[in-house]
Design a protein around this ligand. Structure first.
Ligand code: PMP
Length: 307
């Protein structure tokens, strides 16, 4: 028997995925006016849920978007959507749009923001081929949005900056693009943060480089220190990336992906390095640890996950 269709939470109701929609007058659709979060659940534990919520509400605050639910109230639709879809290992997308307005850009015309929660099954081994082999990147000619403009510190619905860089990478036959900030310092990749390793020390750009302050990035910084490495947040030049011993990208869906070639220059020996591997191994150990997230099931209500 075919699996039942997944359901999506839309403004207080659950609707089947094929019927879940927003108005063409929603400013999230018309102008990218809204915010979102991408979150993983591993074995029934929502990884770093509190931090994702914090980032969501900070993003919303910075664009003067009043989310109709409190952070505590937002937990319910996230947990319930996972449960209704019988998912233990999943990707969760929380979306808050400005809501329905008129065709003008003025957000004051939008009375009520819309809240949506999508959950999709993701196998915990997702991306393991890329993670074992590593990926390649160009350095994009598109600069990361400026921190005094549509900065990626805000996780907004406007990802055109990343889309352009991704298209450029694809055209060049690379997997992804490293993006620079206005002054030429390394910012991040299209949907991941970047780390480099030099002489067993780790470096990652600071938020002043216009990065999204990644939840995975933050956990990896802590993990690196727990593993005894010196870990620094500092401005990185493209030169420093190309002469690094190792480099890797971090993100919710990607987890930790070794970067083995940048702008045609092989990083280290072109294979995932020992420091990267030690971080990857340590990450797999903590990602479903209830101390690192929100367990969604009581012991007695554990369910069999859909495939
Ligand atoms: N930068 C950008 C632009 C992203 O979209 C993402 C994915 N959310 C990241 C970095 C990584 O952040 P996180 O670890 O929170 O997924």
């Amino acid at each position: 028997m075919a699996d039942k269709e997944l359901v999506v939470y839309v403004d207080g109701d659950w609707v089947v995925k094929s019927q879940a929609s927003v108005s063409v007058y929603d400013h999230g659709f018309l102008y990218g006016d809204g915010v979102f979060e991408g979150i993983r659940a591993y074995d029934g534990v929502i990884f770093r849920f509190q931090e994702h919520l914090e980032r969501l509400y900070n993003s919303a605050k910075s664009i003067k978007l009043q989310i109709p639910l409190s952070p505590e109230e937002m937990t319910r639709p996230a947990v319930d959507t996972l449960k209704r879809n019988k998912l233990n290992d999943a990707y969760i997308r929380l979306i808050i749009t400005r809501g329905v307005g008129d065709l003008g850009v003025d957000p004051r015309k939008c009375r009520t923001p819309s809240v949506m929660v999508m959950t999709e099954p993701v196998d915990p081994t997702y991306g393991s081929v890329a993670n074992q082999k590593g990926i390649t990147a160009i350095i994009s000619s598109f600069r990361r949005d400026m921190v005094d403009a549509t900065t990626h510190e805000i996780k907004s619905l406007n990802y055109l900056n990343s889309v352009l860089a991704k298209l450029e990478a694809t055209d060049a036959g690379a997997d992804d693009a490293v993006m620079l900030d206005r002054s030429g310092f390394v910012s991040e990749a299209t949907t991941t943060n970047i780390f480099i390793v030099k002489k067993d020390e780790l470096f990652t750009p600071p938020t002043s480089a216009g990065i999204l302050p990644g939840v995975t990035r933050k956990r990896v910084i802590k993990l690196a220190r727990e593993l005894g490495y010196n870990m620094y947040e500092k401005g990185l030049t493209p030169y420093e990336v190309t002469i690094a011993d190792e480099a890797f990208l971090t993100g919710t869906l990607a987890e930790i992906v070794p970067l083995v070639k940048v702008r045609g220059i092989v990083i280290g020996d072109g294979r995932p390095g020992p420091v990267t591997k030690s971080i990857m191994d340590a990450f797999v150990k903590i990602r479903s640890d209830p101390r690192d997230g929100l367990p969604i099931y009581e012991k007695t209500e554990r369910i069999v996950s859909r495939k």
